[in-house]
Design a binder for this molecule. Structure first.
Ligand code: EPZ
Length: 454
């Protein structure tokens, strides 16, 4: 009985949680994948529609569960959402926004962090909000102190409840001076979504400036907001009384594009990522070139493949325009095939190398240093950040039974199984549908050999 039959029969008997894939790896992935709108923009633009007095239209919305969670939360608050599934167009009509019951909100919050961004819009529309405890990937303790501090500065009253937080704005919301301790993406979005309708001017310092943030600013400007991006991470927002709906085509998903690029490098394949654009991926493309990869920038996307034997690199994750923390998990799978010692410093989250245990189980030589490799001041003097992973390669990977820990790590498990020779069973792949649309269709299109085990 092969590993697969044995595991499949065991798995079949026990059932297990979430879906599982039986993957037979060791073949190059070749073909085309189309990436839609960025998960980490689309979900925020949907929340922004709450602020408008007329319907908003959002194009290129991917069919992922993070979008479904936000759609459900909008609907329990009275927003009418209609979709054209063919081209991923959403129409969001906030005409009947109304308070929702706590248990309804709780039921729909799902494993997502987006609900925290409903605070400002609901306070503007209803004068109150209940936000359940957040979900999201377990890649660190992911506090929301920056968010709550900012909301209090706008004049919100924040009350912690056993199951979440209740907010009110007895005197309305007014512009504030906010200096973030760290360029947090979520906290920057929190300030933007609150300041646009607050009375007066808001000055936000040390803001995140990821392309998804700039795209959210474009959405808000279309609605009538007055937002200026000053040098040195300063964003000024002049509050306005009314905002209209918007029509917007979302920026492409840089994280999914980088994931497929890493898959091409890891499996020695060739993948055309339709929809990917060079400007938003400059830092990633430099690393692709350093690691021995090759890419062709085309009008409608980017073609990725190996340019020769993979070479080791040292990479440090950072806020934009640095190397995104979401890019390191898929890249590390490719680095297991590079000839030499690679080092990846993770400076954004405290616990984002958990996925490497599965790679080690498959034969990779990866050592994680929880406290980094060097003494002295931390790059990010906060909560002991600067883990490091040291990867020695090339090491042949062989099939194993592994379980997905989080979204980006989960994708890396699948690519590792596709890189490995022999059979793997990857459990709990359902998490991956949070951020990767039509994963199985795309794997089929690239010639992957796998079965869905239910
Ligand atoms: C967003 O998370 C993305 N998620 C993440 O992508 C991405 O990795 C991250 O930004 C960084 O680019 C969404 O947009 C839904 P942060 P977010 O606030 O907003 C600390 C994926 O796979 N922090 O920039 O939560 C925090 O703990 C996900 O698509 C506080 O201390 O990230 C972390 O160490 C994974 N207090 C650092 O800041 C706060 O109040 C960066 O977090 C907020 C954050």
């Amino acid at each position: 009985m092969t590993l697969l039959n044995g595991l499949a029969s065991t798995y079949g008997r026990t059932g297990g949680s979430g879906e599982a894939l039986a993957i037979r790896g060791g073949r190059p992935l070749r073909g085309r994948v189309d990436v839609k709108g960025a998960k980490n923009l689309v979900t925020k633009a949907m929340v922004a529609a709450l602020l408008g007095e007329s319907p908003s239209i959002l194009h290129d919305v991917p069919d992922i569960s993070d979008v479904s969670v936000v759609r459900s939360l909008l609907e329990v608050h009275g927003v009418r959402v209609t979709t054209n599934d063919e081209d991923g167009t959403f129409v969001l009509d906030p005409a009947d926004v109304a308070s929702a019951h706590m248990e309804e909100i709780d039921a729909h919050a799902g494993a997502s962090r987006i609900p925290i961004l409903f605070c400002g819009p609901l306070l503007h529309q209803l004068g109150q909000a209940f936000i359940p405890d957040l979900g999201g990937c377990r890649i660190g303790d992911r506090p929301i102190d920056f968010h709550l501090d900012a909301l209090r500065k706008f004049g919100a009253v924040v009350e912690k409840l056993p199951s979440g937080i209740r907010l009110s704005a007895p005197n309305g919301l007014r512009g504030a001076n906010i200096h973030l301790p760290y360029p947090s993406v979520g906290a920057t979005e929190q300030v933007l979504l609150t300041a646009v309708r607050a009375a007066g001017v808001t000055e936000l310092r040390n803001a995140a400036i990821e392309p998804e943030i700039m795209d959210l600013i474009a959405v808000l400007q279309k609605m009538g907001a007055i937002i200026s991006y000053e040098p040195n991470r300063v964003i000024l927002i002049e509050g306005v009384d009314r905002l209209a709906g918007y029509e917007h085509r979302a920026i492409f998903d840089r994280n999914e594009a980088a994931s497929w690029a890493s898959a091409a490098l890891a499996t020695d394949g060739e993948i055309f990522v339709a929809g990917a654009r060079q400007q938003e991926m400059l830092t990633f493309l430099n690393v692709v070139r350093k690691v021995g990869g090759d890419f062709d920038i085309r009008e409608d996307g980017i073609l990725f493949r190996r340019g020769g034997p993979l070479r080791p690199v040292t990479v440090e994750t950072d806020v934009h325009p640095g190397f995104m923390t979401d890019w390191q998990q898929p890249l590390i799978v490719a680095l297991t095939q590079a000839g030499g010692r690679s080092i990846v410093h993770e400076t954004v989250y405290e616990n984002r190398f958990g996925f490497t245990q599965a790679l080690v189980k498959m034969g990779a030589d990866i050592v994680v240093h929880p406290h980094g490799l060097q003494e002295g001041p931390r790059r990010v003097p906060r909560r002991n950040l600067e883990q490091a992973a040291v990867i020695n390669g090339p090491t042949p990977l062989t099939g194993a039974e592994i379980t997905v820990p989080d979204l980006r790590g989960g994708y890396s498990h699948v690519i590792a199984a596709l890189t490995a020779t022999g059979e793997s069973v990857v459990h709990n792949v359902g998490i991956i549908s949070r951020g990767y649309e039509k994963l199985f269709d795309k794997l089929n299109a690239l010639g992957a050999d796998f079965d869905v085990l239910g």
